[in-house]
Design a protein around this ligand. Structure first.
Ligand code: SF4
Ligand code: SF4
Length: 344
C-alpha cells in the first residue's frame, strides 16, 4: 500500500466524524456499537483503495466531508482539502463488514479505565439470547456476504465462569445453524478448562487481551484483572487453538515507550500469540476514568500510528507470524487499526 494512503487511513481512523452532504441518503444500515472504539455511537464503514474504516457520520458537522459526484461516486475532503479520491460505503453485517460480531453483554463489573462498554447507557444493552444471535447470524448469512461470526462480552458480577458458559452456549447455538462458519471469540477467561471448553464448543480463534504494554500500566488501567493469568491463559490457548489462531490486544498511547510496546509484542510472539495493537481513543465514556488512572497522555497522532504499525509488522515478520492467519474479529475487519500484511 502506498505511504500516502497508509497515513490517510491513520488520519481517518484517529480523526473525527464525517459530514454527509445535505439530504444524502445513507445506502447502508447504520451500526450502533457497544464495543470497540466507536462504542456508544452510530457509525458506518467505508472502504477505499483496499482499506477500511468505521466512522461516525452526521449531517451537521465532521472533521471530514463526504461529497457525491454527478455519476454517484464519492470522495472525501479533510478540512476543506482533497483527501480520498474514491470511497464507498462498506455494508456492516452486525457491528462490522463481512462479520456478524455480537457483544453478548456490554455490562462489566471490571473497571478497565479505557473501556467504554461498561459505561454505556443501560438502554444500549440489547439482551439478546443465544437463539436470537444464532437466528440473526443465519439470516445475515443468507442475505449478505458473511465470512465469520465473532463474539465478545463484558463480565457481570465478577462472574468469569458464568460469562464463559454464555460464550459456550452461544458458540453452540451458532454452530447448530451455521456448522461451517468460522467463529472468533474475545472472552475474559480465567482457566485452562474454560479455554478447552471454548475450543470444544466450536470456536476457531480466540483473543485474550493483555491490554497494556507493561505490568505497571496494566495495574493502573486494569486494576481488577490478573495480567499473569491472562499470559497463562494465552499459553493454554495456543495449545488448544494452535499458533496463528490466538491473538492478544495491546492498547498504546497510555504512557508506554515504543521499546515497551515492542518488548510486549515479542513476549506474546514468543509464546505463539499474535499481538494486535490498538491506539487509545478518548471519548465521553472513558475520559474521567483514564484521567484518574494515567493522567492525560498526549493523543496518538497519525505519524505515531504509522510508526507503531511498522514496529508491529517488523516484530511479526521476525517471529514468522502473519495477521492473515486470523479470519475473525478485528484483524479480519481492520476498520480501527493499521493492520500489518493487510494495510501495509
Ligand atoms: S474486562 Fe475490562 S476491557 Fe473487558 S469489558 Fe470489562 S472493563 Fe472492558
Ligand atoms: S476493528 Fe474491531 S473494534 Fe473496530 S470495527 Fe472492526 S471489529 Fe469493531
Amino acid at each position: 500500500m502506498e505511504e500516502d494512503l497508509i497515513f490517510k487511513k491513520a488520519t481517518l481512523a484517529l480523526g473525527g466524524g464525517i459530514k454527509l452532504p445535505e439530504g444524502f441518503e445513507i445506502p447502508v444500515r447504520v451500526s450502533h456499537s457497544t464495543s470497540g472504539p466507536g462504542a456508544g455511537g452510530d457509525s458506518v464503514a467505508f472502504s477505499f483503495h483496499g482499506m477500511r474504516v468505521k466512522k461516525s457520520v452526521s449531517y451537521d458537522r465532521g472533521e471530514f466531508e463526504l461529497h457525491e459526484r454527478d455519476d454517484g461516486s464519492l470522495y472525501l475532503t479533510h478540512q476543506g482539502e482533497p483527501f480520498i479520491d474514491e470511497i464507498r460505503f462498506d455494508p456492516v453485517v452486525y457491528h462490522c463488514p463481512e462479520q456478524a460480531f455480537f457483544t453478548l453483554d456490554p455490562r462489566c463489573s471490571f473497571g478497565c479505565a479505557f473501556c467504554a462498554s461498561p459505561r454505556l447507557p443501560a438502554a444500549d444493552y440489547k439482551g439478546l439470547t443465544d437463539e436470537d444471535i444464532a437466528k440473526k447470524c443465519l439470516d445475515a448469512y443468507n442475505e449478505m456476504h458473511v465470512v465469520a461470526v465473532s463474539l465478545t462480552s463484558g463480565v457481570m458480577d465478577n462472574d468469569v465462569d458464568r460469562t464463559a458458559d454464555r460464550f459456550i452456549s452461544c458458540i453452540k447455538a451458532v454452530k447448530k445453524v451455521l456448522p461451517d462458519i468460522r467463529i472468533g471469540i474475545e472472552p475474559y477467561a480465567g482457566s485452562e478448562s474454560q479455554i478447552k471448553a471454548f475450543k470444544d464448543a466450536g470456536a476457531d480463534e480466540i483473543k485474550l487481551n493483555i491490554q497494556a504494554a507493561t505490568p505497571e500500566i496494566f495495574a493502573k488501567v486494569c486494576p481488577d484483572l490478573d495480567r499473569e493469568n491472562i499470559l497463562r491463559c494465552l499459553g493454554h490457548a495456543v495449545r488448544y487453538f494452535g499458533k496463528g489462531h490466538v491473538t492478544s490486544n495491546i492498547i498504546y498511547g497510555m504512557g508506554e515507550t515504543h521499546e515497551d510496546l515492542e518488548k510486549c509484542m515479542c513476549q506474546l510472539c514468543e509464546i505463539g500469540v499474535i499481538p494486535t495493537v490498538r491506539s487509545l481513543r478518548h471519548n465521553k465514556y472513558n475520559g474521567e476514568s483514564l484521567k484518574k488512572a494515567i493522567g492525560e497522555p498526549a493523543p496518538v497522532t497519525p505519524e505515531e500510528m504509522v510508526e507503531v504499525a511498522r514496529i508491529h509488522k517488523d516484530v511479526l515478520s521476525r517471529y514468522g507470524m502473519d495477521t492473515r492467519t486470523c479470519k475473525t474479529m478485528c484483524l479480519e475487519c481492520g476498520c480501527c487499526d493499521l493492520v500489518p500484511f493487510r494495510d501495509l
